[in-house]
Write a protein that binds this ligand. Structure first.
Ligand code: ATP
Ligand code: MG
Length: 292
């Protein structure tokens, strides 16, 4: 807050205070949607591990699990008890997201958890007013509480993914280093264009992340080259290697940054987090929240 505003404000009752000057307003969380309608390409692994890594860099992170499989929820060690509200209640019953979010064992990392109930939301929302914007509106009150909100999508382009794309500032697309990697990416790009044209004019593709790279095979490198051929600079330079530790971490309910911070997978997600922050114009902070 600027010095003149503090001085001016001290002398006056709150009701007469002018609006807080623009540069001193609470910053708004950026929302990044992790999407690819192809199954098993590393969406959840990327969501959980980016979220965990960014939290250890001192950013306040909310991970939104928008997949009825609820793998992101269990991946950060959260569990919804019977009768406890989840993201389903936020979307379908207008529950307050603030009351549904859960802390995790990683400081500064919170989750908006999912359960299998969410599978019903696609159908139950069909007749709802402004059904594509439910998540966007639900996340608005949380905006000042977080630096980044990451949304893990299901493997489809249904209403849940449409909600996630309508809420997002950017899309991160994990692409598995295997044959047919490009399959569906043009459809995803087309849907992103449609959502930008009709629902969310600010939506950008933040980047494509090559996942499960196996440096020993020519195939992995060929796929990377092919994806770069199509999407050029939009492809993150960091490749996520195939790593047993990354596959093991979810069964301990921990992001890789907490499970095995020195392993190759953790270091790759650390580099990816650095690239991502540069792309979205954020910087690391020390754990006290002071810019590093
Ligand atoms: N870099 C990696 N190294 C090793 N295993 C990985 C890696 N990334 C993901 N996996 C494993 O591959 C499987 C699919 O990954 P993940 O669940 O992240 O994909 P997804 O795109 O979220 O899948 P879905 O579309 O079903 O939601 C999981 O068993 C995960 O542990
Ligand atoms: Mg998943």
């Amino acid at each position: 807050m600027t010095r003149w505003y503090r001085y001016w404000a001290r002398a006056r009752p709150a009701s007469l205070l002018p609006p807080v000057p623009r540069e001193t307003r609470e910053p708004r969380a950026q929302i990044l949607t992790i999407a690819n309608q192809k199954g098993g390409v590393g969406k959840t692994t990327t969501a959980v591990n980016l979220a965990g890594t960014l939290a250890t860099l001192g950013l306040r992170i909310l991970l939104v699990d928008l997949d009825p499989q609820a793998n992101a929820t269990s991946g950060v060690g959260a569990r919804v008890q019977p009768g406890q509200a989840s993201v389903y209640d936020v979307l379908v019953c207008d529950a307050s997201a603030k009351e549904v979010i859960e802390p995790t064992s990683v400081p500064d990392l919170f989750v908006l958890p999912a359960t299998l109930d969410l599978a019903g939301a696609e159908i139950e929302l069909v007749s709802a007013f402004s059904r594509e914007q439910k998540l966007r509106r639900a996340l608005q009150p949380l905006s000042a509480d977080f630096d980044l909100i990451l949304i893990d999508c299901p493997p489809s382009l249904g209403l849940l993914t449409v909600n996630a794309l309508s809420a997002g500032d950017g899309v991160i697309v994990p692409v598995q280093c295997e044959y047919y990697a490009l399959e569906g990416l043009h459809t995803l790009q087309h849907n992103t264009d449609l959502i930008r044209d009709h629902l969310n004019p600010g939506l950008q593709i933040t980047g494509y992340v090559m996942t499960m790279m196996d440096g020993r095979t020519r195939l992995s490198q060929q796929v990377v080259d092919e994806v770069i051929g199509h999407f050029g600079e939009q492809v993150f330079r960091t490749r996520i290697p195939r790593s047993v530790r990354l596959a093991e971490a979810p069964s301990y309910g921990l992001p890789i940054s907490a499970f095995d911070p020195a392993c190759r997978g953790a270091m790759a997600y650390r580099r990816l987090a650095g690239e991502l922050l540069a792309r979205v114009g954020l910087t690391e902070r020390s754990p006290q929240g002071v810019p590093a």
